[in-house]
Write a protein that binds this ligand. Structure first.
Ligand code: GTP
Ligand code: MG
Length: 363
């Protein structure tokens, strides 16, 4: 999974990147570098830790998230960098950082702190980028129409119609996330990589001095910016970046001393992201490897098995399943089987979060 961090200049993108990746990318560099910072982190999973305790496998494989911290140069008032926008379109989640911290030593791009204005500016840029893409495509369709047969023409017309409706939606100031698409239409427009289709997490970056006002700030932001197509969280990126350099125990202690509520930003972002994307995980366990597999909620056992390998979906026979808790109590899949507690499920079985699965297949 790939998560991209974007935001106007000096809003704290790299500080957040360091906090979530425990990285040490240069902050305050004012994005002189044009290359994004990239870091991969494992998704913490206590269930997998426990399975690894039982099996002592050769390998423990956590789910991974790649974080990309974009320099502002591509998405600033200086104009949209199309190449960057294209790469944004490939993300699974957009993390949009907004500056709320007021420290005067860090100059604000637009001269004053104004969370609402800044959210609006970046959203508009993203919408513009999609609009430009649509307009170009519509232009091309119009010229294609002149030279095609009537059957193809009606197909093109239908597609053009869809794009026109999407264009109207953007022009009204909405993101494409809120545009209703059928399953077929979703597939049809997938390759455009529209940025405003990507689920968005709004991260309000508050100053150390604002830690006492968290509730008031969040209420205010939620009133104005909450919508079904995005999630909102508050963090203090600078403090979190510092905490991420400490041991977990030390960081926990400091968190409570500072009055930082909730989970560290990485755990929090992952929980929200999984939720937004409708993901949960099943597990596989054995002496060779214990592993967590993030999948879309609602997948059947063969579909989930297909994530491991396409052969497992193609040749799926049945699956042996236990919940992670059941396995933990019994101590091993073999013991569960002996006790007659290992369930056998067929092709219709809908996988649940925390299922430990052993897929039986034949190709
Ligand atoms: N006081 C305070 N300063 C912060 C906070 N977050 C970031 N800063 C400061 O703001 C400056 C810019 O932070 P960065 O994390 O580099 O911001 P950025 O968005 O990556 O900046 P560019 O890549 O240059 O656009 C640095 O001096 C940070 O120390 C915060 O929560 N509180
Ligand atoms: Mg930066």
């Amino acid at each position: 999974m790939k998560i991209g961090i974007i935001g106007i200049p000096r809003c704290g993108k790299t500080s957040l990147f360091n906090a979530v990746t425990r990285g040490s990318a240069v902050i305050g560099s004012y994005s002189t570098a044009n290359e994004p910072n990239i870091g991969t982190v494992q998704v913490p999973d206590a269930r997998l830790d426990a399975l690894a305790e039982i099996y002592s496998p050769k390998k423990t494989t956590y789910a991974e998230i790649q974080w990309v911290d974009y320099p502002y140069a591509g998405i600033s008032s200086s104009g949209i960098d199309q190449q960057l926008m294209q790469s944004l379109g490939e993300l699974d989640v957009l993390v949009h950082v907004v500056r709320s911290f007021t420290e005067e030593s860090v100059p604000h791009e637009y001269g004053s702190i104004d969370v609402d204005r800044d959210i609006g500016i970046l959203e508009l840029e993203l919408q513009f980028s999609d609009l430009e893409l649509i307009e170009k495509r519509i232009g091309r369709i119009e010229s294609e129409m002149r030279s095609v047969k009537s059957v193809e023409r009606s197909e093109l017309e239908r597609h053009q119609n869809l794009l026109e409706k999407m264009k109207l939606h953007l022009e009204k100031g909405f993101n494409l996330r809120t545009f209703e698409l059928s399953e077929i239409e979703s597939q049809e427009i997938k390759h455009y990589n529209f940025v405003t289709l990507i689920p968005e997490l709004l991260v309000i970056n508050i100053g150390e001095g604002q830690l006492g006002d968290i509730e008031e700030i969040i209420n205010n932001i939620e009133t104005k910016h909450a919508s079904q197509d995005r999630a909102i969280v508050l963090i203090c990126a600078k403090v979190e970046a510092e905490l991420s350099t400490m041991s977990l125990g030390e960081a926990l202690e400091f968190r409570s001393e500072l009055g930082l509520i909730g989970d560290p930003p990485l755990n929090n972002a992952i929980a929200i992201t999984y939720d937004m994307l409708g993901l949960h995980s099943f597990l596989t366990a054995g002496e060779d490897e214990c592993r967590a597999w993030p999948i879309q909620k609602g997948l059947t056992a063969p579909q989930a098995a297909g994530k491991i390998h396409s052969d497992l979906e193609r040749g799926f026979i049945r699956v042996e399943v236990a919940s992670y808790e059941e396995l933990l109590l019994a101590g091993s899949m073999a013991e569960l089987k002996k006790r007659g507690q290992l369930r056998t499920e067929g092709k219709q079985y809908i996988v649940k979060d925390g299922d430990v699965m052993n897929v039986l297949f034949n190709v």
